[in-house]
Design a protein around this ligand. Structure first.
Ligand code: NAG
Ligand code: NAG
Length: 173
């Protein structure tokens, strides 16, 4: 019998299901071939003007969050800080400024970046893949007008979004 060699002559790259040429890709919820229905993206910008020097809570990250990204929009003399709801400081707690690096907390690993190059205008950021196993609170140590902090994370959908069927056909016949 002839062996069909066509898949060896046409270059195919494997999909996320490992089948060559399936064309399947990860959706934004991390589901191979999914339709983005199993998660929702929460995002916003904290841009309140603060007046009192010190720690101010800017956003709460719920349990179960993934793809967490907290990024100061422009470099400033303010610092971001992170602590668990149970009261444990994870980054920049108790007026001590930590070095940029990796910090474990809430069941995940946070990467703390503080771009240091003089010419860089990029602000500080916390990134983590999650999922978190408890509520985490993000603070700003305020020292100068806040340029804005962008935050985003994904949460599992409470209920999978089921496409609405337009017709109401009765069950059975
Ligand atoms: C899922 O979301 C991503 C990013 O928002 C988008 O590029 C992709 O087309 C979406 N997939 C489907 C099936 O809607
Ligand atoms: C995090 O968010 C900032 C601001 O929206 C964006 O510039 C940056 O690319 C994001 N980083 C990642 C790893 O998604």
């Amino acid at each position: 019998a002839e062996v069909n060699r066509s898949i060896f002559t046409v270059p195919h790259s494997p999909g996320c299901d490992h089948y060559l040429g399936s064309g399947k890709v990860m959706d934004k919820c991390g589901v191979c071939g999914g339709d983005n229905a199993t998660c929702r993206r929460i995002s916003g910008v904290f841009k309140h003007s603060l007046t009192k020097v010190g720690y101010h809570k800017i956003v709460e990250i719920p349990e179960g969050a993934t793809k967490i990204n907290i990024t100061e929009m422009v470099k400033s003399r303010n610092y971001l800080a992170l602590r668990s709801r149970s009261g444990r400081s994870i980054i920049n707690g108790n007026w001590a400024i930590d070095r940029p690096g990796k910090y474990e907390g809430g069941g995940t690993m946070f990467t703390y970046r503080r771009p240091n190059e003089i010419r860089s205008t990029a602000g500080e950021s916390f990134l983590a893949t999650g999922p978190t196993n408890e509520i985490l609170d993000v603070y700003m140590i305020f020292q100068q007008p806040n340029p804005g902090v962008h935050y985003e994370y994904m949460l599992p959908s409470e209920k999978p979004v089921v496409p609405q069927q337009p017709s109401h056909r009765p069950e059975g016949r």
